[in-house]
Ligand binder design. Structure first.
Ligand SMILES: *[C@@H]1O[C@H](CO)[C@@H](O)[C@H](O)[C@H]1NC(C)=O
Ligand SMILES: *[C@@H]1O[C@H](CO)[C@@H](O)[C@H](O)[C@H]1NC(C)=O
Length: 321
């Protein structure tokens, strides 16, 4: 990505769960497809539980369990939730969330079902929230939405959900909802990339477009290893986010020629890559084959921007080719 996107890292500052001054406003982001709500208030039990009875999804890799724990962290922020729950009428206490997932599969691929339905409280089990989804990734979005309905009340020192009963039926309008980071121009350490992924999950984005290779803005201490990349892919996947790796060719690959001068059209004309040379394709093939060991998404991005072909027309052997 060239001039059109000078490196961009959007870090959403997560501002905690704001205490709504005006609870009449709908503070859910992004706007769900369908919402209805009431006028009552319920309180979250101090030992809010995750229940999955009837789910086809086993959660062997604990994607749901971790999502639930993160949801609680987001809801509580740093508050000490120590209100006197025993003074609350039992019929207004929500003991937990019942999550029903219909698919046993947690393959995260392009187009995976991300819809969910959230009922607070559940009509059948009024002391639970009901969340149902086709896949665990839809359920993660539902947990995200639920976290936005909850807020800490500084007077009662309890977590409350206002305007119940809520019915939210939601599904994304776009199957690809990406954010681009360009660590090839501006190195970001792995923990920072993880924070970007966290913030993407809050906003229900699902593709991290990671521009990794460019003209080589790396120093020895500022590069990613295979295991860094694998860690990022796994961290993202557990949050329902695919990683789209970008390898920018045939322009912006000037630096490659320092290691392999035959990738340059000539010593004096160094980019774009020499397309007449079979070796160029071997190198690209090798990189893509390495990519495929780590990046599981069905797409990769090959850049293709800002290709100035004057070296191709000016270099005799390429011109001839
Ligand atoms: C907190 O709880 C008190 C007591 O129930 C209530 O009067 C007040 O409206 C609540 N505050 C918010 C911001 O919900
Ligand atoms: C393309 O590169 C040549 C030299 O390699 C330069 O003279 C020319 O200005 C470049 N064209 C553009 C549009 O940048």
């Amino acid at each position: 990505m060239g001039l059109k996107s000078v490196w961009l890292v959007v870090v959403f500052l997560f501002l905690g769960v704001a205490v709504a001054k005006n609870v009449n406003r709908l503070n859910v982001w992004p706007m769900p497809k369908w919402v209805s709500r009431g006028h009552n208030r319920v309180y979250m039990s101090l030992d809010f539980q995750l229940v999955t009875d009837g789910s086809k999804y086993i959660d062997g890799s604990e994607i749901l369990k971790d999502g639930f724990t993160r949801m609680l962290d987001v809801v509580k922020v740093a508050h000490v939730v120590d209100g006197d729950i025993s003074s609350v009428d039992k019929s207004h206490i929500i003991k937990g969330i019942h999550v029903l997932i219909f698919s046993p599969d947690d393959q995260l691929q392009y187009g995976v079902a991300e819809s969910y339905k959230l009922l607070v409280p559940s009509p059948e089990m009024p002391d639970y929230v009901h969340l149902e989804a086709q896949t665990v990734y839809g359920a993660l979005h539902g947990l995200q939405t639920f976290s936005q309905l909850c807020h800490f009340n500084f007077t009662t020192r309890l977590i409350e959900v206002h305007m119940v009963p809520w019915t939210i039926i939601d599904q994304p309008r776009f199957s690809y909802r990406g954010l681009l980071i360009d660590t090839s121009r501006h190195y970001q350490p792995v923990p920072m990339i993880k924070k970007v992924i966290d913030s993407m999950a809050y906003a229900k984005l699902n593709v991290l477009h990671w521009h990794i290779l460019w003209d080589g803005a790396y120093s020895v201490s500022e590069r990613y290893t295979f295991s860094d990349a694998a860690e990022i892919v796994s961290y993202a996947q557990r949050r329902g986010i695919n990683v789209l790796a970008e390898l920018d060719v045939p322009g912006h690959a000037l630096s490659w020629g320092h290691g392999y001068p035959s990738l340059w059209p000539s010593k004096d004309c160094q980019q774009p890559l020499d397309v007449s040379n079979e070796f160029t394709f071997k190198v690209i093939d090798g990189i893509l084959s390495d990519f495929s060991k780590v990046f599981k998404f069905k797409f990769v991005h090959l850049g293709g921007d800002e290709v100035n072909t004057s070296c191709w027309t000016r270099t005799p052997h390429i011109k001839k080719w």
